[in-house]
Write a protein of this length. Structure first.
Length: 397
């Protein structure tokens, strides 16, 4: 494992999981959804593969692209063998359960993108110290017009010559990593792995951390970050991504997992069919939008009691549109006496619930007694981090 500087080295990046505080399902109809990063993370460690073999390794075994579509799509974008990128060994670890609506695949994609970008570095076309995206000579930024979120193979598109065709300065390690690029690439690979449909909620929250709001319009009073577009099988979709900095407080999220798997697509379809049959029930979807906006205002004020009340009101609406389940209700009812509010999080029908609480131990115990497996997190967590390999460089194109 010798990198280009001749040193033994590895690069490790990590990204948090997420849960949805407000607005699931209504976000499909243009209303805002609020996601919050949790302390549980996915870590991705990469090393140059020192064997003579051309194979990539994942957790010590030969890498199987079919089993790991996210890693495969990132490899094609950022580490193409046809351009001379050397084979790597990857180790994945973490505390986010998979397929439970907690963003494990987005966290994996964000962390893997950061690790590969750090190890590859990036060319800039300016001579000053300003590393802003307008001076990138390569890479994927939502500020740059030619980013096509959808395409799988992009080595030639991602490498642009700068002013007058020059590539001037090369930076690697931490200096090459960009939150926005990691969110964008993760969104792209989620879309590839999920048949062309993916909202940028998970990828943006797992990259930026803390609280992220996505909506079909630019929301007032919160910080707008960027627009994301995606060609889905149903046509062009566009989202506005915002961040919210909620004041710190001693509040916690306790997530309770029912252990029941309910695919998001089935739940979304269920709501669509209900609305087709009873169009007047769009009122409930609109009410979720109103509750979400009220929740955002309370978050900005740091009024967590009001945030909790809005979560419980949101749950009543989710129940009413038919996406809750007896198992979720049992865990939510168990959490209520010791928490500020509780609701299902994600698509519902199974999966997880979340409670906002000042007494995480009591809330967690109550949920466990009711049959849920719990995860405790402080409210909000840092986003992507490069944990090791600040100066690493494995390959330079
Ligand atoms: O549990 P998740 O992260 O798959 O969230 C689903 C959220 C929905 O609003 C139900 C669907 C969507 O695409 O936004």
């Amino acid at each position: 494992m010798v990198d280009m500087s001749g040193k033994m080295s590895s690069v490790t990046a990590s990204a948090p999981g997420k849960c949805i505080l407000f607005g699931e399902h209504a976000v499909v109809y243009g209303h805002p959804a609020v996601a919050v990063a949790i302390e549980q993370r996915i870590n991705v460690k990469i090393k140059c593969n020192n064997s003579k073999s051309e194979d990539w390794k994942l957790d010590g075994l030969k890498f199987n692209p079919k089993k790991h579509p996210h890693i495969e799509a990132i490899r094609r974008r950022l580490w193409p063998a046809e351009l001379g990128a050397p084979p790597l060994s990857i180790e994945i670890s973490g505390q986010i359960p998979t397929a439970s609506g907690l963003g494990s695949s987005a966290a994996l994609s964000v962390a893997a993108t950061a690790a590969l970008r750090a190890a590859r570095g990036r060319w800039f076309n300016n001579k000053t110290e300003d590393n802003s995206t307008e001076f990138w000579s390569e890479g994927f930024s939502s500020l740059i017009e030619d980013t096509d979120v959808h395409s799988i193979d992009q080595p030639s598109k991602s490498i642009r010559t700068g002013d007058n065709g020059r590539k001037i300065r090369h930076l690697s390690g931490k200096n090459a990593v960009d939150f926005d690029e990691c969110a964008l690439v993760a969104h792209a690979v989620e879309a590839i792995a999920q048949g062309g449909r993916a909202s940028p909620m998970d990828s943006s929250t797992c990259s930026h951390g803390n609280v992220v709001v996505i909506s079909d319009c630019i929301e007032q009073e919160i910080e707008w970050q960027y627009t994301r577009k995606l060609s889905t099988p149903e046509g062009e979709r566009e989202w506005q991504i915002h961040t919210v900095s909620a004041p710190e407080d001693e509040v916690y999220l306790v997530i309770g997992n029912t252990g029941i798997h309910a695919p998001t697509s089935t739940q979304v379809e269920k709501v669509a069919k209900m609305l087709e049959k009873y169009p007047e029930r769009m009122n409930e979807i609109e009410t979720i939008g109103i509750i979400a906006r009220r929740g955002i205002k309370s978050l900005l004020l740091g009024d967590y009691e009001a945030v909790g009340r809005a979560m419980s009101e949101n749950q009543l609406m989710l129940q009413s549109i038919g996406v809750s389940s007896p198992e979720l209700e049992r865990l939510i009812q168990a959490a209520i006496p010791t928490s500020l509010g509780a609701k299902l999080t994600g698509a519902g029908g199974g999966g997880c619930m979340v409670a906002l609480t000042r007494d995480p131990k009591a809330t967690s115990e109550a949920i466990e007694l009711a049959g849920g497996r719990t995860i405790i997190s402080k409210f909000g967590a840092n986003g992507l981090n490069l944990d090791e390999g600040h100066k690493a460089l494995f390959w330079k194109i």
